[in-house]
Design a binder for this molecule. Structure first.
Ligand SMILES: [Zn+2]
Length: 365
């Protein structure tokens, strides 16, 4: 059997004796051939049904590009689309917001001064912390109401309660120098404080900005110098009684001599004299020009306040002969003083009821 023997030989050697007899699978051969040899290019348009065979290469390629890849690109676009695409816009806006906020907050906040520290008025202003970056002036948004910055108001009336010192509250009893004192204990400071309070109360009722001063008020030390619109120091005279002191009665009003503001000082004295005299004359208390001393014209506070301030000093009466007037008619006295200051502050010329007195060298016994 040829078939049998041939098969037997093949089984022994592993290779068929006659190669013509071996026919490998066509698939295997084709695969190896295609790997070894370059594939033969099919002419463009040969197998494409939409393009005719005679179409030029370039035209065919363009047509292919126009026709074929379109569905692929559409598919890619569709794949890229996602439902969270808007998030990038949100993130972008957030970044812009953070950037703007950062720029606006570049300038460091100035350090707050300690609450218990009093600023030195003579101190030179030197910036303690300069900003790192130039500060861009941004337009201010209109606020609902304009901010009100309170400015220190200048008092229109400042009245000294003669010899009064605020040592423990309003306790007049603790005053060291209470001025003139009567043998029975009546003190000048009791009169001056009471009349000063009443006069200021009346002026306050009329809308004036008033200030009560001590005999040696801390405001005298301030810089710039204390400069109210009008200044009056209220005093009362000595407690002299008896026939030898019959001259010791009446009131007097004076301004500084020499005066730095003669015209206004004189007008203030005239306004006060005219008004106070209406009250004093009711009780036969004359303007006692003869007893105006240098104690009045060189009153210490005249040189401590602003020299342009219209200022005057009054001796309401004598504690001795005018005791009843000083003790029992304080409301009227205060009315007289308030009217005089009111007229002065209203710019009145205050036609004098009594001649403005000149200081004398009278030496009290
Ligand atoms: Zn006095």
């Amino acid at each position: 059997m040829r078939v049998c023997c041939a098969n037997a030989r093949y089984a022994l050697t592993g290779m068929p004796e006659d190669s013509s007899e071996f026919k490998p699978l066509p698939r295997r051969r084709k695969k190896s051939e295609s790997a070894a040899k370059p594939r033969k290019r099919t002419p463009v348009g040969a197998t494409t049904p939409s393009v005719t065979r005679r179409t030029a290469r370039s035209t065919a390629a363009a047509a292919e590009d126009a026709a074929a890849p379109r569905p692929a690109r559409r598919r890619r676009k569709a794949a890229k689309k996602n439902s969270f695409g808007w998030l990038k816009y949100v993130a972008f806006m957030a970044l812009v917001g953070i950037g703007v906020y950062f720029i606006l907050n570049l300038q460091p906040t100035p350090p707050a001064p300690p609450a218990n520290e009093t600023p030195d008025p003579n101190a030179t202003l030197v910036p303690t912390s300069a900003p790192f970056f130039p500060v861009i002036a941004l337009p201010q948004l209109p606020t609902a109401a304009p901010t009100f910055t309170p400015t220190p108001t200048i008092p229109q009336v400042a009245i000294v309660a003669g010899h009064w010192a605020q040592e423990s509250g309003d306790a007049v009893a603790t005053v060291r120098d209470s001025g003139a004192t009567c043998p029975d204990g009546l003190r000048e400071v009791d009169i001056t404080k009471s009349v000063a309070d009443k006069t200021l109360a009346l002026l306050k009722q009329r809308g004036y900005h008033v200030v009560l001063l001590q005999e040696f008020d801390p405001r005298y030390e301030q810089e710039p110098k204390f400069a109210p619109k009008s200044f009056l120091s209220i005093h009362a005279d000595s407690c002299l009684v008896g026939a030898d002191y019959s001259y010791a009665t009446g009131y007097k009003i004076a301004h500084a001599e020499p005066s730095d503001n003669e015209q206004e000082d004189s007008r203030l004295v005239t306004c006060l004299t005219r008004s106070y005299d209406k009250v004093a004359s009711k009780y036969d208390k004359p303007f006692n020009a003869n007893t105006i001393t240098r104690n009045m014209t060189e009153y210490h506070a005249f040189r401590k306040i602003d020299p342009r301030t219209p200022a005057a000093i009054i001796e309401l009466g004598f504690l001795g002969w005018d005791r009843d007037f000083l003790v029992n008619h304080q409301d009227e006295m205060a009315q007289g003083l308030a009217n005089g200051l009111d007229a002065f502050l209203h710019g009145s010329a205050c036609v004098p009821a009594t001649a403005t007195p000149q200081p004398t060298e009278t030496v009290l016994p």
